[in-house]
Design a protein around this ligand. Structure first.
Ligand SMILES: Nc1ncnc2c1ncn2[C@@H]1O[C@H](COP(=O)(O)OP(=O)(O)OP(=O)(O)O)[C@@H](O)[C@H]1O
Length: 248
């Protein structure tokens, strides 16, 4: 999968919180159409890295390129308009609005100058695509956990991303539901979107990731296919004595 155009390129990214280097000199590239997983034990710095990618944090040092453009100092909205979408681990739709309205908001946010009716139509298409059409007129707070996650993905897709960031979207799902979520992510990839995801559930990483970046204590300690990284002694050692299961 590697070798195509690079959509995301981190060069020596670091983030310091007081005395703690939560992310330390992290470099990696993501290629167009690729599903890239970022894994690592608790506290490895994965969420902080995602926050650096999406623009929640500015790096203490380092550089980030999105679709060939230096976005290191650019705010969240700029990155979003350029083509970076994010779905959150903690699902946060507008609870009183309907499912359809929630996705419409995403569609309006994604592109400047879009009419409301175009956004509503696009939102409906996305609900069909993510299997949420039957819930279109429900209030968002009435959804099940799996439906919530679908909504998060639909809202992120509504911004028309070229690169989608997923933050542990499988957390809390039952195995059968996780399989449905895996199928959804595959269909997202099938539509030409590159996906970068953080995930603790190893079977999901194994099934989805074209390539895996492993972090420990803020640093990248390995990179490769699922098979390669799970056979890497440094990765095995990083997971030893942690609650996370390395082998599925
Ligand atoms: N805003 C913050 N202020 C201070 N320290 C922080 C902040 N955010 C994260 N940290 C610290 O940075 C380190 C990395 O945290 P981070 O949440 O990025 O790890 P993670 O790999 O996502 O962990 P988990 O798998 O448990 O979610 C941890 O030691 C954490 O306590």
């Amino acid at each position: 999968m590697s070798g195509g155009p690079v959509v995301l390129k981190a060069e020596g990214l670091s983030k310091r919180f007081g005395g703690l280097l939560a992310v330390q000199n992290v470099s990696f590239s993501q290629y167009a159409g690729e599903i890239l997983a970022v894994i690592g034990p608790n506290g490895a710095g994965k969420t902080t890295l995602l926050n650096l990618l999406s623009g929640v944090y500015r790096p203490t040092s380092g550089r980030l390129e999105l679709l060939g453009e230096d976005v290191t100092e650019k705010p969240i909205e700029y990155r979003c308009h350029l083509g970076l979408g994010r779905a959150f681990q903690i699902v946060r739709p507008f609870p009183e609005m309907t499912v359809h309205e929630n996705v419409t908001v995403g569609a309006l946010f994604g592109k400047r100058g879009k009419t409301l009716s175009a956004a509503r139509e696009e939102a409906y298409d996305l609900l069909e695509r993510t299997g949420l059409a039957p819930q279109a007129d429900k209030a968002a707070h009435e959804l099940t956990l799996l439906q919530d996650k679908r909504l998060e993905v639909a809202r992120a897709l509504a911004t028309q991303p070229k690169v989608l960031l997923l933050d542990e979207v499988m957390a809390g799902l039952r195995p059968a539901e996780a399989q449905e979520a895996v199928a959804l992510v595959r269909s997202v990839q099938g539509s030409g979107i590159s996906v970068l995801f953080i995930e603790h559930i190893m079977p999901v990483v194994r099934d989805l990731a074209d390539r895996v970046v492993v972090m420990d204590q803020g640093q990248v300690i390995a990179e490769g296919t699922y098979r390669e990284v799970t056979a890497n002694p440094q990765v095995v050692a990083a997971y030893l004595g942690t609650e996370a299961e390395l082998h599925a």
